[in-house]
Design a protein around this ligand. Structure first.
Ligand code: SF4
Length: 343
């Protein structure tokens, strides 16, 4: 395993097993996560013998930035080439008081959502925790700023790669390293019920977002095939448990698709469902894929009309401004450029 895949305690064990002192683990952690050093040779306060052993037993990810796409709105998409030549994308999103990184958890995705370019790629492989952590290191190095918020909303379904995703979140949230606040880390799932159940059984540490996109099973399954396995009522039963145990809200994401999920009937059913548990709703613009025209997106007027249905009953709903649409970095667009010949 590469060194950025170790939790702090595991790194300590590794160092001791290599004949080093426990405090060297702290120093190495500091070099990697506070001083952005990714070469054991440069860790000058670590004994030379230990550095050699570290080189023999672990290493750093070999990830190249193979594309940089800068949006007019300030967000930046990085195309990253992994050591086995697979590629993934992550997106840096600057906002007034924070710098958010949208990370990928898999190369491709097996769930095939119709509005998602990554889904069209199919599943290639899971990323390791080390590869996920490296996205934060690379992005913060590129931006020359600390990443304050991380959302697992890039390529892949995070709960389909549960262990590595949770491991990576534990590493980036460690206070002595990257120190991304636990409440500033959001794991976003399409509704992977087995994953949510595991998450509830584990000690819940991070925020949870669910991509809903339609409140009716048959319609939802038509754009999100994963819904055939995990239906809406079972999903809400599990989410109810989540909110009870965690005392937290669920954030629901809802891409507005003209004529498909934007009617009074949809709004009413959404309110009925979402009022069952502490939650809030983010409405998102539909971003068309390369082979589509943009007829599926709602006009601003229709979006506000849909939003007003929630405002009328005081349900917390907002329209989330798209970021990076011009560089195909917005919701559903990752993989749309570099992988266009494969989707
Ligand atoms: S929306 Fe998420 S779960 Fe669906 S295909 Fe895309 S990456 Fe996979």
């Amino acid at each position: 395993m590469n060194v950025t895949g170790y939790r702090p305690d595991e790194l300590k064990d590794l160092i001791v097993s290599l004949g080093g002192k426990k405090y060297s683990a702290k120093q190495i952690w500091n070099w990697i996560y506070r001083k952005s050093v990714n070469d054991f040779s440069l860790m000058s306060d670590i004994p030379a013998g230990l550095r050699e052993k570290l080189k023999e037993n672990t290493g750093f990810e070999k990830i190249n930035i193979s594309g940089i796409y800068e949006s007019l709105d300030g967000s930046v998409k990085l195309l990253l080439e992994l050591s086995d030549n697979n590629s993934v994308e992550c997106v840096i999103i600057p906002e007034t008081n924070r710098l958010t990184l949208c990370v990928s958890s898999q190369a491709g995705c097996r769930y095939g959502c119709k509005f998602c370019a990554t889904g069209k790629l199919g599943f290639i492989r899971n990323l390791t925790a080390s590869e996920i952590v490296s996205q934060i290191l690379i992005a913060s190095d590129y931006a020359q700023k600390r990443i304050t918020n991380v959302v697992y909303m890039g390529m892949g379904e995070p709960f389909d790669n549960y262990d590595e995703v949770i491991r990576s979140a534990d590493i980036i949230s460690d206070d002595s390293g990257l120190a991304v606040g636990k409440r500033k880390i959001t794991i976003s799932t399409f509704g992977h019920i087995d994953g949510v159940k595991r998450y509830i059984d584990d000690d819940i540490r991070y925020k949870l977002a669910v991509s809903l996109h339609n409140p009716f099973d048959r319609e939802r399954s038509s754009i999100m095939p994963g819904n055939k396995k995990y239906g809406i009522s079972e999903l809400f039963e599990v989410l109810k448990l989540y909110t009870k145990k965690s005392n937290r809200k669920v954030v629901f994401e809802y891409v507005l698709i003209k004529g498909f999920n934007d009617t009074e009937r949809h709004a009413k059913e959404l309110i009925r469902l979402l009022e069952k548990l502490p939650s809030k709703l983010n409405l998102i613009k539909y971003h068309h894929l390369p082979d589509e025209n943009d007829n599926n997106a709602l006009s601003e007027e229709d979006t506000l009309a849909f939003l007003s249905r929630f405002r009328r009953v005081n349900f917390p709903a907002v329209f989330r401004k798209s970021r990076g649409e011009d560089i195909r970095a917005a919701c559903g667009q990752l993989a749309a450029d570099h992988f266009s010949e494969r989707i």
